[in-house]
Design a protein. Structure first.
Ligand code: SF4
Ligand code: SF4
Lengths: 643, 401
C-alpha cells in the first residue's frame, strides 16, 4: 500500500468573457487539468471575481475598477482604432439623437459610449435606457440610437446611416489605444506559475487565431475571412505603455463623470522578469482621503468601500454621510426629513419559502395560515384613509392558492373603494406569480399595473449574494432573479425602493457587494427611489443565529450605503427595527427619510420588534434632531410644506 | 470690529481646543456644547476624551436591585415608583426576612452578584434599626456582594426622621455594613427646577452634603442627573458644575469621591408629568457627551441601559460613556415608568453589547476594581465578533437541533 498521500492541488479558478475576441487569451485553459475555467457574460465574470468565485479573470475594465484594489496583467483585449464590436448606431446624426438604448451586457462599453457621446455633443443631454442586447438594435428609430456590443455588433455599422465605432472614437479623441478587458485578480492570486500559464495561453492562442476564427465562422455560417480580419487587425492583446496610458485616461474621464471610482493604476501592474525601474507608485489613499473624495462626489470601488466600512472612524463616516445627504437633497431642502403615512398590510402569511429568518410565515395548510378577507382589509384601509394616509404597502407570503386574477380583483377593488396608492408585491412575490401563471415577469407587471399597482417595494433583497441567500432562504429567488424583476419593473416605469437585511451569515464584503449590485442596476435604470437597511431581528420563531449586529454596525452600514449609492436619491432610517432613539440618530448618519407611520408590520413584529409611532411622535423626533419635516408620497414628492 | 462682544458664547471649535489642551470648561462652554448643531463633532470630542482615559475598556458589573419599601412621604412629580402610604393598595414594605428571601429568589439562577443595590421610598413608618438590620442581614446572607444602599435623599430623610445628623446616620449604617452610596435623588439641583419637581426632599446643598460626609468617611459614591423634563440646558450645566465643584473638594480631602456620573433620562409614563414628551435618542447622547467633557474630575460616565434602552446605551459607548451599569436582576423604578424597558440583561448580553460596540468588556466591582477583563474580541474590521462566528454562530438552528 502506498503511504504517499495524493495531495490534491486546488485548481486555479479562472473566469473569462465568452466572446470571440477573448478566445485567443483563453486558449487551451479549458483543457488544462489545473484550471477550472468559467466562461460567461461580462457581468457574470465580474461578479465571480468580486465574490471570490474566481481567482483571476479576464474582466472588463469597468468591472475591475468597481471591485478596486486589483492587480492587472499586461494582457487584455485592446483596440488601437476601430474595434467593430462596440458601436453606436442611429438613423439620425449622433449629435441630434435624444435617447440611447444601451445594450446592458457591458458596463465598460456603456461608460465609454457615454463619455464619447457627451464629448461630441457639447453637453447636450442624452437619455439612457438599458435593455437586453437583442432589443437594443430593434429600438433604433428616429431620435433613439443604440449601443451594440460583442459579436452581434460586428459589421452592424454598415447597416445604419450613422454609426460610431467606439474604439476609433476613443483613439481619435485621446490619441491612445483603448483597453476593454484585462487579466485581473488579487495580487496574491498571480503566482509566477499562473502568470506563465496565462502568457503561454496567449502565445499559443494568438498563433491559433485563424483556427479560432474559422471555427467561429463555421458555427455561425459567416465569412471566415471577415472573422479572421477581426481577430487580426481589430483586436490587439498586448498592454504596453500606450495602452496603460489609455486605461489611465479612461479611468480618469469616467471618475470625473462620476461613473467609476477613482482608480490608481501606477502600482497595479504585475511585473514579471526584471522589475521595471522608476517610481514605486504612490501610496494608497488613506481612509480620510477616500472619505474626502466621496464627499467631493467621487465614486467608491468595492475595495475602497470595504476599507471605509472597516476602518473609518464612526464619526468621520457619519460626517461624510451627512455631507452627502445634504448634497443629494433638492434645492432648499437640505434640512428636510420626510415620512409617509401609509400602512403595511400583509395580505397572507401562507408561504412556501420558509426562510430561516422569518417568524411570520405559515406553511400551506397550517391552521394559523390566513388570507385577509375583504372585510378585514377594508377596515384596515379605512383606518389609513381616516389617518390621512396616502398608500398601502401590500406584501405577503408566496401563497400558491392566490392566482393573478385574485391580485387583479383586489387591486381594482382597493383603487375603486379607497383610492390609496398601491405600493406592493416585492420581486419575490412577482416572480412567484409569474412562475405560477407561467407568464413572463413583464406581462405580470403590466397586468398588475393595469389593475392599479403603482410601485414595487424592495423587500426580499436580504443580501444579494447567492452564498448568503442559499443559507438563509434556500427557496428564495437568486440575486440575479431579484435584480431582474427590478430591472423589468423599472423599464416598465415602476419606481421601487431598495433594501438590505444583514446580520445573519453575511460578511462585510458581501454587504458591500450587495450595495454595488444595487448601484449598477441603478446606473442602468435609475428606478430606485430610496434605500433602507436593517439587521436581522433574531427572535423565537426564526431559525438562524444572529451574525454581525450592534448599533455601531447599523449606523456604519447605513452611512456606507449613503456613500456607495451615489446614484440613489434617498436613504431611510429603519427606526422600526432600531427603535426611535437610534432611528433618530440615523438621520445624522446619512438618512433623510423616517419611513412610515406604522400601523403594523407583521414580518418584523412577529419576530418581536414592536416599535410604533404616530405622525406627531415622528415629527417630534425629527424636530428634536434639528430638521424640518414634510410628508411625502412614494416618489418622495413633498405633500406638506416642510416645517 | 472693536465691539467684539467678550461675553458671547464660545464656538464649538473654541471649546474643542480647550478640551484638547486639557483646560477646564466654563458654564458658557457647557452651554455651547449643549447647543452646538455639530452633534457628530461633539460625539467625536467626547469619544476622544473617553478613549484617552479608558481606551476601549468598558465596565459592567453583576448586581442585584432591591426595593424593600415603596411607601414614600415625598411627592416627586416625576416618580412612578412610590408616593404611597402604608396600607394603600400596591404599597409594599418587606420585613428584613422577606427582603432576604426576595433577594435569594432573584439570584437563585445566577452566579452570586458582586453588588446589592438597595433604593427605597421615604417610609415614615419604619424604625431606623430596620435599615441597620437589613444591612447586617445582607452582609450575612450575601457576603460576596458589596452593599450600595440608600440615596443621599434617604440618608437626609433618616437624619430628619430619626433626629440624627447625616454624619451620625452614615456612621451607624457604615458600622452595620454600608459600603457605598448610589447616586440617586440628585434630579436637577437648581432650585428653579427642584422646587417644581420635588420640593419636599433634600435640597441640592443637603444632597451634596451627604455625599461630602460619605466621602469623608471613606465611602465611595455616585451621582446622577434626571434630565429631559422641565429643566433647560443651563440647569443641566449648573448641575454638572455643582458636582464637579464637590468632587474637587472630595478629592482634596483625600479619602473617597464620586466614582461614576449617570445621566438618567426622564420617562413620562405613569407619573405626574406624563404630559411631557420625554427625551429623544439624540438628547440622551448629547447629554452623555457633554457630561464626559464637563466632568473632568469624574473617572466614569455611565450609559444606563435601563433608562435609555440597550441600543442607545450601546451607541453611548461611542459618545463618552465607559460603563453600561450592571446585569440588574430586576429593576422596578424604570419599569414602572415604561413598559418598554427590559427587566434584566444576562452577563453574556452585556458582554456582547460591549463587544458589538467595538470595546473591551471589563467586569468591575462596586469601586471599579477589575474582576475580569474579557479578551478583546477578534473583530472583523471594527466590529465583527469572530468568536461567535467560529462557534455555533454559523450553525443553523433547524439543523443543529
Ligand atoms: S420572508 Fe417572505 S418569502 Fe420568506 S418565508 Fe417569510 S413570508 Fe415567505
Ligand atoms: S423619587 Fe424617591 S423620594 Fe421621590 S417620591 Fe419617588 S420614591 Fe419618593
Amino acid at each position: 500500500m502506498s503511504v504517499e498521500k495524493s495531495l490534491e492541488k486546488p485548481r486555479v479558478r479562472i473566469a473569462g468573457v465568452g466572446y470571440l475576441n477573448a478566445a485567443p487569451l483563453l486558449f487551451g485553459l479549458d483543457r488544462d487539468p489545473d484550471v477550472e475555467l468559467f466562461l460567461g457574460s461580462p457581468a457574470e465574470v465580474t461578479r465571480r471575481l468580486a465574490e471570490g468565485e474566481a481567482d483571476v479573470a479576464l474582466v472588463p475594465v469597468a468591472g475591475a475598477a468597481s471591485i478596486g484594489d486589483l492587480a492587472f496583467l499586461d494582457l487584455g483585449i485592446v483596440a488601437r482604432g476601430p474595434v467593430r464590436s462596440v458601436v453606436v448606431v442611429a438613423e439620425k446624426p449622433l449629435e441630434e439623437i435624444e435617447e440611447l438604448a444601451l445594450d446592458a451586457s457591458s458596463r465598460t462599453s456603456a461608460i465609454l459610449a457615454r463619455i464619447e457621446l457627451s464629448a461630441r455633443r457639447q453637453g447636450k443631454p442624452l437619455r439612457f435606457k438599458a435593455m437586453p442586447p437583442s432589443e437594443a438594435i430593434a429600438s433604433v428609430k428616429g431620435l433613439t440610437g443604440a449601443l451594440v456590443i460583442g459579436d452581434p455588433a460586428i459589421d452592424l455599422a454598415e447597416r445604419f446611416p450613422f454609426a460610431l465605432d467606439l474604439g476609433a472614437a476613443f483613439r481619435e479623441r485621446t490619441g491612445l489605444p483603448f483597453v476593454f478587458a484585462a487579466w485581473a485578480g488579487r495580487r496574491e492570486a498571480f503566482t509566477p506559475e499562473l502568470v506563465e500559464r496565462l502568457r503561454e495561453a496567449a502565445r499559443v492562442g494568438l498563433v491559433a487565431r485563424d483556427t479560432l476564427a474559422d471555427r467561429y465562422a463555421e458555427a455561425r455560417g459567416e465569412d471566415p475571412q471577415r472573422t479572421r480580419d477581426y481577430l487580426h487587425s481589430s483586436i490587439h492583446y498586448a498592454i504596453g505603455p500606450a495602452e496603460k496610458s489609455g486605461l489611465v485616461r479612461f479611468f480618469d474621464d469616467a471618475a470625473k463623470a462620476g461613473l467609476l471610482p477613482e482608480t490608481d493604476l501606477a502600482s497595479s501592474w504585475i511585473e514579471t522578469g526584471p522589475r521595471a525601474s522608476g517610481p514605486e507608485g504612490t501610496a494608497p489613499p488613506s481612509v480620510d482621503d477616500l472619505l474626502e473624495r466621496v464627499m467631493d462626489g467621487g465614486r467608491l470601488s468595492a475595495a475602497q468601500a470595504l476599507r471605509i466600512y472597516r476602518e473609518a472612524d464612526l464619526f468621520a463616516l457619519g460626517i461624510a454621510a451627512d455631507h452627502v445627504r445634504k448634497k443629494k437633497a433638492r434645492a432648499g431642502s437640505s434640512d428636510v426629513v420626510t415620512y409617509i403615512v401609509d400602512r403595511n398590510v400583509n395580505y397572507t402569511n401562507v408561504c412556501t419559502t420558509s426562510c430561516r429568518f422569518c417568524a411570520f410565515y405559515r406553511p400551506v395548510g397550517h391552521e394559523e395560515g390566513y388570507v385577509l378577507s375583504r372585510e378585514v382589509l377594508g377596515e384596515k384601509l379605512q383606518e389609513v384613509v381616516d389617518a390621512g394616509g396616502v398608500q398601502i404597502l401590500l406584501q405577503g407570503g408566496l401563497n400558491p392558492e392566490l392566482r393573478i386574477e385574485w391580485y387583479e380583483d383586489l387591486f381594482r377593488w382597493i383603487k375603486a373603494t379607497y383610492g390609496l396608492g398601491l405600493h406592493g408585491l416585492s420581486p419575490e412575490e412577482i416572480l412567484h406569480i409569474a412562475q405560477l401563471e407561467e407568464l413572463p415577469v413583464a406581462t405580470v407587471l403590466t397586468r398588475l399595473r393595469a389593475a392599479g399597482l403603482d410601485s414595487v417595494p424592495g423587500g426580499g433583497a436580504e443580501i444579494l449574494v447567492d452564498r448568503v441567500r442559499r443559507v438563509i432562504a434556500k427557496a428564495k429567488c437568486t440575486s440575479d432573479e431579484w435584480l431582474g424583476v427590478m430591472r423589468t419593473a423599472h423599464h416598465l416605469g415602476f419606481r421601487s425602493s431598495a433594501t438590505m437585511m444583514y446580520g445573519t451569515v453575511d460578511t462585510a464584503e458581501e454587504r458591500v457587494l450587495h450595495l454595488l449590485k444595487l448601484r449598477e442596476l441603478q446606473d442602468e435604470t435609475g428606478g430606485f427611489t430610496a434605500f433602507f437597511c436593517w439587521d436581522f431581528q433574531y427572535e423565537k420563531g426564526t431559525r438562524i443565529h444572529a451574525g454581525d449586529h450592534g448599533t455601531q454596525l447599523y449606523l456604519r452600514t447605513q452611512a456606507l450605503a449613503r456613500l456607495v449609492l451615489d446614484n440613489v436619491d434617498h436613504v431611510g432610517s429603519s427606526w422600526v427595527t432600531q427603535g426611535p432613539g437610534v432611528g433618530q440618530l440615523a438621520l445624522r448618519f446619512g438618512a433623510d427619510d423616517w419611513g412610515s407611520v406604522m400601523f403594523e408590520e407583521n414580518v418584523v413584529s412577529s419576530a418581536g420588534t414592536t416599535f410604533r409611532m404616530n405622525a406627531e411622535m415622528i415629527e417630534r423626533q425629527v424636530h428634536a434632531a434639528g430638521f424640518r419635516v414634510a410628508r411625502r408620497n412614494v416618489r418622495y414628492d413633498h405633500l406638506t410644506e416642510p416645517a | 470690529m472693536t465691539n467684539t462682544e467678550k461675553t458671547e458664547m464660545p464656538t464649538f471649535a473654541e471649546v474643542a481646543v480647550k478640551v484638547r489642551a486639557g483646560q477646564r470648561l466654563t458654564a458658557e462652554d457647557g452651554l455651547a456644547l449643549f447647543e452646538t448643531p455639530d452633534f457628530l463633532g461633539l460625539g467625536a470630542l467626547a469619544n476622544e476624551v473617553r478613549e484617552r482615559r479608558h481606551g476601549d475598556r468598558t465596565y459592567y458589573n453583576r448586581n442585584v436591585r432591591l426595593e424593600t419599601t415603596n411607601v414614600c412621604v415625598a411627592n416627586c412629580r416625576f416618580c412612578s415608583f412610590a408616593k404611597l402610604e402604608t396600607g394603600m393598595p400596591g404599597a409594599v414594605t418587606m420585613t428584613v426576612a422577606q427582603a432576604i428571601e426576595t433577594l435569594k429568589a432573584k439570584t437563585a439562577n445566577t452566579a452570586p452578584p458582586t453588588e446589592v443595590h438597595v433604593v427605597n421610598g421615604l417610609n415614615p413608618d419604619l424604625p431606623f434599626t430596620y435599615y441597620e438590620e437589613l444591612l447586617r442581614a445582607l452582609a450575612e446572607h450575601m457576603p460576596t456582594a458589596s452593599r450600595k444602599c440608600f440615596t443621599a435623599v434617604e440618608i437626609h430623610y433618616f437624619a430628619r426622621r430619626y433626629e440624627l445628623t447625616p454624619r451620625q446616620v452614615l456612621e451607624r449604617l457604615q458600622a452595620a455594613g454600608l459600603q457605598s452610596l448610589p447616586g440617586g435623588g440628585a434630579e436637577i439641583f437648581h432650585p428653579e427646577v427642584r422646587t417644581r419637581i420635588c420640593d419636599d426632599k433634600a435640597t441640592a446643598e443637603e444632597w451634596l452634603a451627604v455625599h461630602r460626609e460619605a466621602h469623608a468617611l471613606g465611602m465611595f459614591t455616585n451621582a446622577t442627573m434626571l434630565y429631559g423634563h422641565v429643566e433647560t440646558y443651563a440647569h443641566r450645566v449648573d448641575h454638572l458644575l455643582r458636582l464637579r465643584a464637590q468632587q474637587d473638594q472630595s478629592i482634596a480631602g483625600g479619602k473617597a469621591r464620586f466614582l461614576a456620573f449617570i445621566p438618567l433620562a426622564f420617562h413620562p409614563d405613569g407619573n405626574g408629568m406624563r404630559q411631557l414628551p420625554g427625551t429623544t435618542g439624540i438628547d440622551d447622547l448629547r447629554t452623555l457627551a457633554v457630561s464626559r467633557l464637563m466632568l473632568d474630575n469624574f473617572d466614569h460616565i455611565k450609559a444606563y441601559w435601563v433608562s435609555s434602552t440597550p441600543k442607545v446605551a450601546q451607541i453611548g459607548l461611542s459618545f463618552g460613556a465607559d460603563d453600561v451599569d450592571g446585569t440588574i436582576v430586576s429593576e422596578t423604578i424604570y419599569t414602572a415608568a415604561s413598559k418598554k424597558a427590559p427587566e434584566g440583561l444576562l452577563e453574556e448580553d452585556l458582554v456582547r453589547l460591549i463587544r458589538e460596540a467595538g470595546r473591551i468588556p471589563v467586569e468591575r466591582d462596586t469601586v471599579y476594581n477589575v474582576l475580569k477583563e474579557h479578551p478583546r474580541a477578534a473583530l472583523e474590521g471594527a466590529f465583527k465578533v469572530r468568536d461567535r462566528r467560529q462557534g455555533k454562530h454559523l450553525q443553523i438552528l433547524g439543523e443543529a437541533e
